[in-house]
Write a protein that binds this ligand. Sequence first.
Ligand code: AMP
Length: 541
Amino acid sequence: MPNRPPVSPLIQHPISAQAEQRPDHFALVLGDERVTYGELEARSNRLANLLRSQGVRRGDRIGLLRPKNADALVAIVAALKADCTDVAYEPASPAPRLSKIVAASRPRWILTVPESAELLDASLHEAGLGEAPLVMSLAREEAAGSHFRSRLDRDDWDAADSDLPPAANDGSDPAYVLFTSGSTGTPKGVIITHDNVVSYAEWFIGHCGVQPGDRHSLHPPLPFDLSTRDIYGTLLAAAELHFVPPEANLLPQRLAELIRASELTQWISVPSIMNYMTKFDVIEHGDFPSLRRVLWCGEVLPTRTLMHWMERLPHVRFTNMYGPTEATCASTYYDIETPPTDPTVPIPIGAPCTGADVLVLDEAGKPVATGEIGELYIAGVGVGVGYWEDEEKTAAAFVANPLAAETGHERLYRTGDLGRRDEDGVLHYVGRADTQIKSRGYRVELGEIEAALTSLTVLRESAIVAVPTDGFEGHAICCAYSVSDGADVTNASLRKLLAELVPKYMLPGYWHRMDNLPKNANGKIDRRWLKEHFTEVIEQP
Ligand code: AMP
């Protein structure tokens, strides 16, 4: 007998309910591979039972270090069913960065693949965990290193019991921890609960009218917040989740082909991908006849890109979504009612999603007047618990609401974004109050790159600035540096050294070697000068 869900649903309960009602509907689609809701249910139950039988306990972290595929998705659901917290690790991450995330998350169990064994080994070594996590690799050959050995494989998974294990969690328990770039060089783990996800997914499904059998894209990598919207906004509604292979990102023609061939009904991506598809002109007039909605999130979409898409796809609805990982996927939305005519007018971020609220406050924490720019603070059902085991950063970003009596929300998340509310109550994004940027869709703290550069003894000085561009990448990351006496450094050799410390998407695209970095009147590195310099270089390549 399946166990009955408690009153406040955990994420997995609506998925189990869909499996009961529609066991033969497809849940996951990866090229020719298809996993039905019935199979997703049985396989995730089996893995959850296997985890439990291996001594995994409520609240333990389950680390996933593996490619985005059906097993990874099943494992995420299994982790939830075992009352655990899912932590997705980036298989493309350099070991020094991954080790910080592994050390912070202290996983009890890690699911990996033999191809990631070397990275895992180095990360476990550097993380220096007291108790080694249990590691499982699904391939027949064992994944192993000096610091771990995988003893479980797919046979153990297949042999486990397929009944839904009883849940001890409630909605306030963490569902996942997502590690995002940290300005001091250490990634921050954002804790998101079952309640956060279920509230957001319910709003999203209702607003977008997601129906059983709809076909939705899964574009982002799993360690990023945008993937959770795609996963739960699809699986909670019995729709089909169509995986976009990462290698297709660099081939806009293939992305268009995938939307066409899979007859997707909904497509979500970051603006840089939409820019890229526009640049390569891969969308025909009246293309993608099945498509009903295109959404984007994560950075500013140039209005002329939207004009291009809307002109090519007049049958499609377009929605801008805004929000940080800390407040669960998105907190505001703006449905475009009429195609813009002026490419210089930015697209609004609109109004709060149901259950969310956005305050525009000045530096003293007071609401600014209509039309004036302030910092955006988010309240409501999506606001997460805080940062994983980091009280200081949590206290700085998750603050008491000075307007709690009027708005009913006790806590606010301080976004670091600047914005304004116009006379019609519509919200507009204006920019950042700090040095966090989006580059190629990835959230990057410039301070994290600078911290990595500072650890390189071949450099005497270094600075990172970001320059907004009209192109695919959004912001261009630029590095100025001077070299330590006697050190033999070129742009290429420096890039190589840095690539051992930060992910590829954080690597600067522009370099400037100087004898001394310019200083302002306070003796600090003159970042404004550097920004102007790189802007000129980028504009006149
Ligand atoms: P992430 O946590 O990776 O989702 O990044 C959150 C940040 O991305 C926000 O704080 C904003 O700075 C930016 N962002 C998210 N959505 C939008 C949007 N629709 N328009 C402009 N910036 C956005």
